[in-house]
Design a protein around this ligand. Structure first.
Ligand SMILES: Cc1cc2nc3c(=O)[nH]c(=O)nc-3n(C[C@H](O)[C@H](O)[C@H](O)COP(=O)(O)OP(=O)(O)OC[C@H]3O[C@@H](n4cnc5c(N)ncnc54)[C@H](O)[C@@H]3O)c2cc1C
Length: 383
């Protein structure tokens, strides 16, 4: 599957930007668990984070293929798009389902970098992968909704102005269907009371948090689309999320493979390069094959997405294959480097920790396998 010629200059421009953010930049942030403000500002200024915002709203109006290439290049350069990737896909929910007023109010400001839409509040501590079991409630009171509950793993909440929030507006037992009764809100976190954000320190630098809502009142016009239909809107955004994160994993895999192949060619032990041993070169070749296969699926899913076709299965398979490929490449890269794979200054251990996330989030492997079993293979629903 060859890429169209207009993608190459985008890749080159991202690479050039990333060259200003070398390993030392990320290492220091990793040590302090600091947020890459300068990196995110540079991406925003260059218009990369507005890739999927249409030109009529001041965005770059690029395709999903181009957006995926941006995220891939960020990761293949050794940088980390997790600090800001959500803006690309959460925005899609507003674009597809928001009112004309919401789009006019928020999208141009997001595209200009004046507003940050980085927080995506879906997961809760009790319900976990069972999104329909979430317990955060939003109760209508005149022109407002009163929100109570808790989210967990709400990444970048401290570095965002807006949060796309999923809450239950109709009790589960009164909902007209299994998936009805959830509503999406576009919350301006700067303008509310009763919101508490607490950082969670994790094995990698991810700026993730837990968020508590205590009688948090939001205007009724913060509802995105129709109240009660939110689960459908969130699902439609998840395909974009899976494709973009799949592309990040492809970038990570390329970074690990390039590092390993280079090192294996240079490191001499027993009087010859370690890469001359099949025991060292085969795992690198295997990682490369796995990455290329996953890359094809990411491109297929992106092509279907931008053609407006159903891509649920492909987006899930792309994210699954890419996350497995990046993790396999990470493991291989540590092994190829021997002891140096553990040394901070090589960046491998940092990227290893960062890429480990993607077989768990934004959706874990088992849930993808369940989806394929049920929706593609017609097997009974298992949960
Ligand atoms: C660093 C980080 C950042 C995140 N960022 C965000 C964010 O910004 N916004 C957000 O909303 N969420 C975010 N998440 C949450 C993420 O999407 C969830 O962690 C993920 O979906 C898994 O949910 P869980 O952690 O509750 O695991 P659980 O649902 O508790 O599952 C635990 C394990 O059991 C397995 N399992 C559960 N049920 C079944 C079943 N029926 N069959 C087979 N296996 C099953 C799962 O596959 C998993 O391996 C983030 C998570 C992390 C760790």
């Amino acid at each position: 599957m060859t890429e169209s010629a207009d993608i190459a200059p985008i890749r080159a421009a991202v690479r050039a930007l990333c060259a200003d953010f070398p390993g030392a930049y990320w290492r220091e942030l990793d040590r302090e668990r600091g947020y890459p403000e300068k990196f995110v500002a540079a991406l925003t200024k260059a218009g990369f984070l507005a890739a999927l915002i249409p030109e009529e709203y001041g965005g770059s109006g690029l395709t999903m293929t181009a957006a995926a290439a941006i995220m891939e290049e960020i990761h293949a350069s050794g940088c980390n798009g997790a600090a800001c990737h959500a803006q690309m896909y959460t925005m899609g929910t507003v674009l597809r389902h928001g009112s004309a007023e919401q789009k006019a109010r928020y999208l141009p400001a997001i595209a200009r970098g004046e507003l940050r839409l980085q927080a995506f509040g879906v997961t809760e501590p009790t319900s976990g992968s069972d999104t329909l079991g979430l317990r955060t409630t939003a109760v209508r009171d005149g022109d407002t909704y009163v929100i109570n509950g808790q989210k967990i793993w709400t990444s970048r909440a401290e570095h965002s102005d807006l949060m796309l929030l999923l809450a239950r507006t109709t009790p589960r037992e009164q909902a007209t269907s299994r998936t009805a009764g959830l509503t999406v809100f576009l919350v301006d976190m700067r303008a509310v009371e009763g919101l508490t954000v607490r950082p969670i320190r994790t094995m990698m630098n991810h700026a993730t948090t837990e968020v508590f809502f205590e009688n948090m009142r939001v205007p009724a016009d913060t509802v995105v689309g129709v109240a009660g239909e939110g689960f459908r809107y969130i699902l439609s955004g998840m395909n974009a999320e899976r494709i973009l994160i799949g592309a990040e994993c492809i970038g990570d895999a390329k970074w690990f493979i390039e590092k390993a192949a280079h090192y294996a060619g240079e490191r001499v032990v027993f009087g010859r390069p370690i890469g001359q041993n099949q025991g060292v070169q085969f795992p690198i070749a295997r990682a490369y094959i796995g990455m290329r296969a996953a890359e094809l699926m990411v491109r297929e899913a992106a092509a279907l997405f931008e053609a407006g076709l159903d891509c649920g299965a492909e987006a899930n398979m792309a994210k699954h294959l890419a996350a497995e490929a990046s993790w396999a490449a990470a493991d291989m890269c540590v092994q190829t480097h021997g002891g140096f794979g553990f040394a901070e200054e090589f960046d491998i251990e940092r990227k290893f920790r960062e890429t480990r996330l993607y077989t768990v989030a934004p959706v874990s492997t088992n849930l993808i396998l369940s989806y394929i079993a049920e929706h593609v293979l017609g097997l009974p629903r298992s949960y």
